[in-house]
Design a protein around this ligand. Structure first.
Ligand code: PFF
Length: 511
């Protein structure tokens, strides 16, 4: 069976695909805004520490379990663990839920490319609406959103049907360098706008976001830890099966520690660079338009589809050109992430078919997965971020916790909010206490890790990762469900202690 299983054409192809999975909407609209809001440099330091002590560790572990088993998440976890076999299900359902909204956002990008192309061809005034008006009109036209979501899904489907090296690797080999060049063009344009420096101060100067009126008060360190941890996991595509699946196509000779470090460093650098490209432009344009700084929208869909569209519309004749470049860049980032999620889900069935000796089922399996994704995405596309209907309005609830705001938040809550931190915590407990860290370290040994790395890995996987993940889980539950912070911390700690007891004492599964 293994002989027929897909594999990467080269290590650099794998790296570009993994970086492509990591670099996505999370880098562009999540990182810079959360960094500014959560204390600039303080957030960056917390983020970097988490990336080293937690992100790197889970990345190495996922790659190792993937490569060792040469299976997709559900079967891979079944093979290595008795007690935690079901983590594989979390790592397959979560990508499925993420795809419900990621594809809709990809569809928005397509619509904004079309918008800026129209402006480029027929003049800036051919669509004389502000970013807010354009976005509002788009959200309240469900049919349009569904059609563009479908288009985005078809693009991803065709790439994934092309195979691991023939589709995913090929796309990223062209897409990633192109994305980088486009980012540089946008940075140069952004930083040469008057008042751009205010945006840089928002991102980097501790306390500036509060002083200048962008936000009311700085969050405390525990909240920063939760925010930075959640962002780091989503951004690095961790605990969602994607990295494990990509690792399962990797050759034995490749160095997992080095590869993980390259992915983590590249993703973080691109998040910083993306921030430097978009935040100064957004702030500069807001100030030029006389918007009070506190009202400039710097995060989430608003940053991408309201604030930045205004930036391009106000840039004069060449504005739409920069608009096209920017939204193509975001589209590439969205596609390269979405295909990793689609591959993770489809790989489960493709592996099953291979085990039965059926070698040629990829196209058909990917088609079925795409149809299933379309079914759930239609709901997210049609609710227009809550403009048309929402889980809360359907349930007739008036005081609305974040997770019922709109279907995007609802899906995000279960995937990024719960499955991701829980999955990472469970994986660490499984490797640290049930199977023992050698499950990963023996596999990593093909790249010959130093004694120092082994010690560091054991310490992190046994203690640091599970504890940090409990904080991240609590932070996510506070964000999504609201209510008493204390209760969510207690819930997270109880889960941690409960699963720790469950994992211990270890019992190795016979292979
Ligand atoms: N890392 C992507 C982003 O930053 O937007 C999102 C993502 C892709 C999350 C793949 C999880 C995943 F498995």
């Amino acid at each position: 069976m293994e002989n027929n299983r897909s594999s990467w054409g080269s290590n650099i192809g794998f790296l570009l695909a993994a970086i492509g999975s990591a670099v996505g909407l999370g880098n562009i609209w999540g990182f810079p805004y959360k960094m500014g809001k959560s204390g600039g440099f303080t957030f960056l330091i917390v983020y970097l520490l988490l990336a080293v002590f937690v992100g790197m560790i889970i990345m190495v572990s996922e790659l190792a379990v993937g490569r060792k088993t040469k299976l997709s998440p559900i079967d891979a976890y079944q093979k290595v663990s008795k007690k935690f076999a079901w983590i594989g299900w979390l790592a397959t359902i979560a990508p499925f839920l993420i795809m419900s909204f990621y594809t809709v956002l990809g569809g928005y990008c397509l619509q904004y490319i079309a918008l800026n192309m129209t402006k480029l061809s027929f003049g800036n005034d051919s669509v004389a609406m502000s970013g807010g008006e354009v976005f509002g009109a788009m959200l309240t036209t469900p049919l349009g959103c569904v059609v563009f979501t479908l288009l985005f899904i078809v693009i991803c489907m065709v790439i994934v049907q092309g195979g691991v090296s023939g589709g995913i690797e090929k796309f990223n080999k062209v897409g990633m360098p192109a994305l980088f060049v486009m980012l540089l063009i946008i940075i140069v344009r952004s930083l040469t706008l008057p008042n751009a420096v205010e945006g840089l101060k928002f991102m980097f100067v501790p306390g500036y976001a509060v002083k200048a009126g962008f936000i009311e008060s700085s969050p405390n360190l525990i909240t920063v830890l939760g925010t930075a941890g959640g962002q780091m996991f989503f951004s690095l595509s961790l605990a969602m099966g994607a990295i494990l699946t990509y690792g399962s196509y990797l050759g034995k000779e490749e160095n997992l520690v080095k590869n993980s470090a390259i992915i983590v460093v590249s993703d973080t650098l691109i998040a910083l660079v993306a921030g430097i490209a978009v935040i100064p432009a957004a702030v500069a344009n807001g100030i030029a338009q006389g918007t009070p700084v506190g009202q400039i929208k710097l995060g989430g869909p608003n940053l991408l589809f309201v604030t930045l569209q205004d930036v391009f519309s106000n840039m004069g004749k060449l504005g739409p050109l920069f608009g096209v470049i920017f939204y193509v860049l975001v589209l590439i980032a969205a596609i390269s992430s979405a295909i990793s999620l689609m591959e993770t889900i489809a790989a489960h069935w493709i592996d099953k078919d291979l085990a039965k000796g059926e070698t040629d089922t990829r196209k058909q399996r990917v088609l079925i997965v795409s149809l299933l994704i379309l079914l759930e995405a239609v709901i997210v596309a049609a609710d227009g971020l809550g403009s048309n209907f929402s889980p809360a309005s359907l349930l007739g609830i008036s005081t609305v916790p974040t997770f019922l705001d709109c279907f995007l938040d609802f899906m995000d809550c279960w995937s990024e909010g719960i499955a991701m931190p829980l999955g990472a915590m469970l994986m660490a407990l499984m490797v640290g206490w049930e199977t023992g860290p050698d499950l990963v370290l023996d596999e990593v040994a093909h790249g010959d890790p130093s004694e120092g790395f082994k010690k560091f890995y054991r310490l992190c996987i046994k203690f640091i990762v599970p504890i940090v993940m409990a904080f991240v889980l609590a932070g996510q539950m506070i964000d999504f469900f609201g209510g008493s912070q204390m209760i969510w911390y207690v819930v997270a700690v109880l889960l941690l202690v409960g699963f720790w007891a469950f994992a211990f004492p270890g019992s190795k599964k016979e292979e």
